[in-house]
Design a protein around this ligand. Sequence first.
Ligand SMILES: [Cu+2]
Length: 503
Amino acid sequence: MTYLIAIAIIFLLAVIVIQIGKVSELAAKIRGEEEVATQSNNRTAFWLLIFMIVFLIGCVVSAWYYKDVMLGYGPLTAASAHGVEVDALFNTTLFFTGIIFVITHILLFWYSYKYRKQEGRVAKFFPHNNTLELVWTLVPLVVMTFLVVQGLIVWNNVMPDVDPDSQYVEVEATGYQFAWDIRYPGPDNKLGTKDFRKIDLANNSLGLDFMDDKAIDDIVLTGADNIVLPVDTIIRVRITSKDVLHNFYLPHFRVKMDAIPGLPTYFIFEPTMTTADFREQLREYPEWRELVDPLDPDSAEKWEEFNFELACAELCGQGHYSMRRIVEIVTPEEYQEWLAGKQSFYKSTVRNTDNDPRKGELLTYEIEDRKAELSDLFSTALSDDASDEDKLIRLKYVFFDTGSASLDEKSRYELEEISNILKQNSTVRVELRGHTDNTGDPDANRSLSDQRAASVRDFLVSNGVSESRLSSVGFGPSLPIESNETAEGRETNRRTELRIVSK
Ligand SMILES: [Cu+2]
């Protein structure tokens, strides 16, 4: 119905315009063409002047009215170190182009008024003037050179790469339709290598190369997790894309760079304000003190819910808008705390699955973790208030070849650590205890457990622990700690233990 009415209105308007045209044609015939043309020229020239005045005033008023929501002119100051320079460059350019804008508009409309067609006036023939040519060549030349040089200076300040030996945090942003994967380097502060041939959309969508130790601790933020970064720290963002062109845009930090498939780009910036600082700054402005939901008096004020954001600034497809992510700037301490709470992608989703190229291999971090675990157990066992239970340490990472007492190669890490601890606590005496499950002949099991405990003792002796401090005993299947009915239970029961005899 609305469409029908709209079409009818447009039709009627067209009829009116045609009728007016016919009427003025008739009027012109009656009054004489000349007189009508003059009147029409005067009218057009006058209204052009009015238009110019309204237009220029409109430009100034709208700029003033919207200044608080424009980047750089109200509370939305640059929140990065280089952003201040970029804003200053914009202002310089705006100053010169603004002057030209106003002058050319005044001249354009004033001339169309002054030199409108009038009775008896003829055009002046003005073929050439050297002075004028010089002026309108040299003035723009000087202004343009100044602006370009300013731009180059800012560009060189903003775009140099980081010194590899300096302190900085490097993160990687990979754009795809329609989200960003953000990769953090983890505790080693180095991003691991990637290889597009390793991309597996279900299990390794970034194509991380897990044979590279640097990739083992990399943290990947997917989905809607906030991007957290520390304030007053140099951030290098490695920017890349998996499908089409995207654009990594952090408006509040004046960071903007294309994400190009196959061609990594980067941007370096230093946030100078935390999210909390920036909110405090917004709080000074009445428009940010308004309620988020004007109908609910208990709702928060707008400044309280402000967040920095990452946007994709390239129209990359239908879901383009959903590439928005919240960026949270926090203090370096808060950042470290946040980072410590994140699991590495490899450890949480790949380790020891079928997709793990290092399945079965013992990795450096695991050796370190196990050492830490063992040293905790020892410090409890050697404390003054240790219970009998505390004094019995299960050696979880000591393994033997099946049915034999020869130690598996991987057992040495734990045993070497025990040797070190025993050497540091030189008065401690320990007993090594072997256990088996209940499968097979009990006597054979007892003898196997005896031999296994002895192998461990021998290993410690060969590592420099005095033989007089060590004893060994085999219990066979007689002391199970789990049911022997299940495979897991039997595996747990086949174990080696270390008991603190005396300190
Ligand atoms: Cu995009």
